[in-house]
Design a protein around this ligand. Structure first.
Ligand code: GNR
Ligand code: NI
Length: 168
């Protein structure tokens, strides 16, 4: 298993649209294992393939207390079940150190495939609903900072650019 490098805003590769997964093979299983290890090591609750520079439609999530309930979602889509929005202070491993309140539909029905290609559905509420929408946004080249003001986004961008210059 290996820890993968996580791209950070404003890296333009985070803006790519991911392509559907069509092959369910051992190589995909290795990628899933590496993404789970990378997410756990970074202490995140989710990770989309886009963040590790793989532009395929898959993501991993573990919203459990002890990080022992990993789930993989391949070619995920969702349907809004409830027009009510819920607010969360969102963070992102690709925008390290910054948190902003984002509103998203509070309940969704997810449809996705597992590592074997089997289709499954799941109703999500609470942090799982927020997280899955945040991760699917990554697959479409979107980041949570796209939902906040331009001023706030530009401040975050310049702070991270300074950090990247220091460590480059
Ligand atoms: O670890 C993460 N925490 C989080 C908190 C609130 C809303 C969304 C998230 S996802 C984030 C990990 C990440 O960047 N996934 O793409
Ligand atoms: Ni993120």
């Amino acid at each position: 298993m290996s820890i993968l490098q996580i791209l950070e805003f404003p890296d333009p590769r985070l803006r790519k649209i991911a392509e559907p997964v069509t092959v369910f093979d051992g190589k995909l299983e290795v990628l899933i294992e590496d993404m789970l290890e990378t997410m756990h090591e970074a202490q995140g609750i989710g990770l989309a393939a886009t963040q590790v520079n793989v532009h395929k439609r898959l993501l991993v999530i573990d919203v459990s207390e002890n990080g022992d309930s990993p789930r993989v979602y391949i070619n995920p889509t969702f349907e809004i079940l409830d027009d009510e929005l819920s607010e969360y202070d969102e963070g992102c491993l690709s925008v390290p150190g910054f948190y902003e309140t984002v509103s998203r539909p509070r309940a969704v029905k997810i449809s996705a495939q597992d590592a074997k290609g089997e289709v499954f559905e799941q109703v999500a509420e609470g942090i799982l609903a927020t997280c899955i929408q945040h991760e699917i946004d990554h697959l479409d080249g979107k980041l949570f900072v796209d939902y906040i003001s331009t001023l706030k986004r530009q401040r975050i961008r310049s702070k991270l650019e300074k950090e990247h210059k220091k460590t480059a």
